[in-house]
Structure formats: C-alpha cells, structure tokens
Design a protein around this ligand. Sequence first.
Ligand code: DC
Length: 223
Amino acid sequence: MALCVAVDGPAGAGKSAAARELARRLGILHLDTGAMYRAVGLAALEAGIDLADAEAVARVSASAEVDVTFENGRQRTWLNGRDVSGDIRMPEAAAASSMVSAVGAVRDAMAARQRAIASGTGAVLDGRDIGTRVLPDAPVKFFLTASPKIRARRRLNELLAKGIRQTFEQALADVEARDLRDTTREIDPLRPASDAIIIDNSEMTLDEEVGRMLEIARHKVNI
Ligand code: DC
C-alpha cells in the first residue's frame, strides 16, 4: 500500500511548503488539494455566476474539468485543458475557492479525485479535510498552524513575490475571513483529525518543522 500523509491546517500555515519538502524527502508526490478548489473557484468566477448560489456553483463544477499533472515533483493545475497554475494564485481566485469549497457537490467530486490520485503512487496531500475525510485511514496525519498575524505576514510576502501588493490589514482580514468560513462551514469544516499531530510552526524554520514531521512519519510507519 502506497504511503499517504495528510497535512491539514488553516490558510497561510505553510502547509504547501512543508508538504512539498516532506514529499521530496520521502520520495513521494505532493498533492496541493487547495489548487483544485481554486481551479473550481476560477471556473465559477469566469462563468460570472453568483458564488453564493450553491446550485449554480455545483453546475459549473460538474462541467469544469480540473486536472493536475506533475513534472519533477512540481504540480501543475489545469482547468478545461488550460494551465491555470498562475491564475489560481490571484486573491480573487482564493476568495472564490473558499466560497465554492463550501458546496457539497464540489467537495464530493474533489475528494474522490484526490483519493484516486493518492492511492496510485502514494503522496503527501495538503488541504483542510485530508485527515478527516479524504484519507481518514492515512497512517500519518499532521495539522499545521500558526498565529493569524504570522500567517497574514506570510501571505503578504507570497503575494509580493508574485508582484501583487496588499496591505497587512487586508491580508489579516482575508486570513481571518477565510478561517471563519473554513471552520464554520457545514460540510467538512476545518478541524484536526482526532489522530493528527498538531504542530504550531509560528516560531519554527521550515527545516526544523519538516525535520520533526519526517521523524514522526518514520516512527509511525517504520521507514
Ligand atoms: O490552501 P488554499 O488556500 O490553496 O485553499 C483554497 C481554498 O480551498 C480554501 O478556502 C480552503 C479550500 N480547501 C478545502 O476546503 N479543502 C481542501 N482539502 C483544500 C482547500
């Protein structure tokens, strides 16, 4: 059975960076599941529908072909045959993804797809519901977190690196709004799985964090 590792946590907790590095060190794929919700969010934005209309979102999602490919371990995300890896990082796509991810039909479709990808080769999956829903039997589960201010600062730096400017206040407000939506939505709200190891990385370097995750993973699965 291929090794699957669940990495969940709130926006800006550094899940992607930690999951990517952990996957590299374990020699397995890293699947960024948020990118798939972002692609659905982008599809909904481009369709010009009301993002609060769950039925319209479900319809767009059903007709949107979301795919991921991997090149040297790097994920590319596709929407209807178009590479949207860059577009899905825009703040508008982030906000839209948070809305569409509250729709049950979207979550069902994405979870099934994620399970299929992971079961093939084994992977480190990062998201919000990996340990609780997508892979409840994963042998290794992490829940990464950090203070809202630190997460907002990280988001700001990420956006700046892409030439997108935002104020700290706006970034903090975005982080808090997404936390609220992600933790209070009816379906699969963000919460640690009962058997997840919680790591607060506010004061940790990426290297320290991944070192700790690797040690825990090795201990749990005897590798
Ligand atoms: O991690 P991210 O910012 O790229 O995620 C984008 C949105 O998708 C975020 O609002 C939460 C949602 N999401 C989810 O509901 N479940 C997942 N497994 C991954 C992301």
